[in-house]
Ligand binder design. Structure first.
Ligand SMILES: *[C@@H]1O[C@H](CO)[C@@H](O)[C@H](O)[C@H]1NC(C)=O
Ligand SMILES: *[C@@H]1O[C@H](CO)[C@@H](O)[C@H](O)[C@H]1NC(C)=O
Length: 187
């Protein structure tokens, strides 16, 4: 009688409990967090690396290559945001006399930076790490070309906000390059 009761209880347990209780998802998440931390320690900007990866759920079920793709994707968003920011300045053109030619050149450069990072995600997916690193280095260089467009006009100040965005995108690219170095050493 008591034995039947225990069996029945086990049966109810089996039916009623969500399966993930048995799968212990917290251990899975910890394992992935471990990969994120291990990977980011290999880069020159641990905090930026971890914060980008933790903000994208794709990071929690992937490998080192996938983590590089997540950071590169954040770089695409970052470059695109700056390109849009510059376009809107071109339309508004309030006060500051930045020649349209310079603005246009900068808009294009940030678009190219996004395109180069897009290409790097495809290279990474195909494990072509040499091409991936070339594309990421190109993406990091395009903002300098925008900066140079300002330098060509004497007396034209380089806006602090564009400098901040240039530095931000370059930092993201550096993190991707760090992970690509790790991928090279593992392959
Ligand atoms: C998260 O990363 C993936 C690449 O694995 C990318 O396609 C996606 O756009 C990213 N999501 C966000 C919200 O940035
Ligand atoms: C891009 O980088 C800048 C500078 O670090 C940061 O302030 C901004 O939030 C980033 N934008 C996106 C869309 O990631």
């Amino acid at each position: 009688m008591r034995y039947a009761y225990v069996l029945w209880f086990c049966f109810l347990l089996f039916l009623g409990f969500p399966r993930n209780i048995f799968h212990k998802p917290s251990i899975q998440v910890n394992a992935d967090l471990g990969l994120i931390q291990k990977t980011c320690r290999f880069t020159n900007n641990y905090d930026l690396c971890v914060s980008i990866l933790e903000s994208n759920s794709s990071s929690f079920n992937t490998d080192t290559k996938g983590l590089a793709i997540v950071i590169a994707s954040a770089g695409i968003a970052n470059a695109t945001a700056t390109s849009t920011y510059l376009s809107s300045r071109l339309l508004n053109s309030n006060g500051e006399a930045i020649p349209k030619k310079v603005i246009r050149e900068c808009v294009d450069k940030y678009k190219y930076a996004g395109g180069a990072l897009e290409a790097s995600t495809q290279d990474l997916a195909m494990e072509s790490y040499d091409y991936a690193s070339m594309h990421v280095m190109a993406a990091a260089e395009y903002p300098s070309a925008c900066h140079n467009a300002f330098r060509r006009y004497s007396g034209l100040a380089y806006p602090v906000e564009i400098q901040r965005r240039e530095d931000g995108l370059k930092q993201i690219c550096d993190v991707v390059l760090g992970i690509i170095d790790l991928l090279f050493s593992e392959s």
